[in-house]
Write a protein that binds this ligand. Sequence first.
Ligand code: ADP
Ligand code: ZN
Length: 609
Amino acid sequence: MAGSEDPRALLRSVFGFDDFRPGQEEIVRAVLAGEDAIAIMPTGSGKSLCYQLPALLRPGLTMVVSPLIALMRDQVQALRAAAIAAAALNSANPAAENAQVERDIELGKLKLLYIAPERLVRPDTLERLAGANVALLAIDEAHCVSQWGHDFRPDYLGIANAARAIGGRLQTLALTATADGPTRAEIARRLFEGRSPREFLRSFDRPNLRLAFAPKKGPAKQVLDFVRRHTGESGIVYCSTRRKTDEMADALVKQGVRALPYHAGLEKEVREANQDVFQKEDGVVMVATVAFGLGIDKPDVRFVCHADLPSSVEAYYQEIGRAGRDGLPADTLTLYGTDDIRLRRMFIANSAAPDDRKRLDRQRLAALLSLAEAPHCRRQTLLAYFGETTPPCGNCDLCTEGTARFDGTVEAQKAMSAILRTGERFGVAHLIAILTGDSTENVLKFGHERLPTFGVGKDRAAGEWHALFRQMSAAGLIEQDLEGYGRWMVTEAGRRVLRGEERIEFRAEAVLPGKSVRRGSKTAPPELSGSDSGLLATLKTWRLARARELSAPAYVVCSDRTLYELVAMRPASVGALRGVHGLGDAKIARYGAAIVELIATTTSARSPE
Ligand code: ADP
Ligand code: ZN
């Protein structure tokens, strides 16, 4: 391809996209200008295009380091489907295939080479690549280089050395969806070694994702209700343990849901087979531990449900981010319970991690709880975590359903007074016993039944007080010393409320038991009429058949959005397919005639005449 070609023209003719997504064009131009860059963009924002497009416009080979072989395979298939010379080098390929790829590298036949980090750092690979006219090193999931992060991959530490061995000062583009400060700094330090890459930071807002949290009350039923609102759609249900994953999958199957389990305890074959079905077919619900997902490139996941609290806001964002990558509406629901939270606190307190790591983990947990119990727009709270300010979103549970709030100043004062009068030395169970006037053994032992605070909170059940403590903590009025048996202390902000200088509002829903929480309506792709849905079904069947021929996931043939546009536009000629999302020249050449014919026959067979 000529170096003078315009990126935008190529975007249309090769990828079938009308326009760049926000952020892509600047990065593409920076890469074409030879700059080093770090691109921090949310999942689904289209990071891959930022190196794929320049790769086609420039001489030489673009290398892509990627941590997951399955993901690599899918990307290569998708590129080949668009007639792009791409290949992958990794341990999962048969030896003969790797040998062929190596020959193609030597012959300069490839534009894009995906490579696993452990393969990249091998001396023989480096020698081969040193002579291969490598133009750009793109590092996907660049946060894997960070030891702070949760996805640390030791092989990533060898990438900078490898780059030097291949091309001296090889142009490098690092890509990640992980935004927290320490991780970002570590990426720059370890992958760019003193050079200063340009940083591109995209808004983390994913407006097509509906956000909702709910306190746990019978998670099996809550998950089932949620999944039933999405019958026929692909989705993921995350559980915190293997056992819960198996149980949840069983429970859903018993209710007639097409659910499959996925966790590290399953046989490799079973795991891979389940993942394959999920990737390739419509309407499968994957019930999984967080082991599932990093390698999932399926654009049409319509919902993500957390049956247990995720591990951090970061993890939450990554996990819900697996839904709606195609930009169409997708739904999320996260359940959280007091057990989750207690378990998490214990886990952090008892871990062998160094103190600064524990402090970071505690802060992360506190941020997650503030999100779960946010009094206002959930997206505002979420984006605030990433340093962004936005107006209320209108697409979260709190925006659409609102939440009843009440002035909890008096309750907060009672609770904080109990904390202070007992010398900030006690945990929540004891404090609640005092508030509710429960003469437990410990209360009597310390003579706390004689405190003026004893019984002042009788009007509320212990469970309500637990919720109030969580909300006071989320609002920063009180804090817990986690090393010291979880004793509670009153903060400066808390003292202001105690002195009556400030008031505090709490969410009624989290506090008042028995008031069931109603979650939002189903978010669906564009409404379809009867004949539209008939055509859509026909197109889906056709797509599945083509995907089976390629043994590839359905979206490699074309995305949901492409199908929706075909249904809406009903193109009557191959020429009319230009302009349909996702259909570039290669796909039109390959499938165009078949699609047009399918539309013509389906429509005429169904139309009343
Ligand atoms: P990320 O790596 O940032 O998670 P991907 O690169 O996998 O995202 O892209 C997500 C989806 O968006 C893919 O299905 C891709 O084909 C699609 N996409 C990328 N760029 C565009 C664009 N400019 N217009 C429309 N769709 C796009
Ligand atoms: Zn909102």
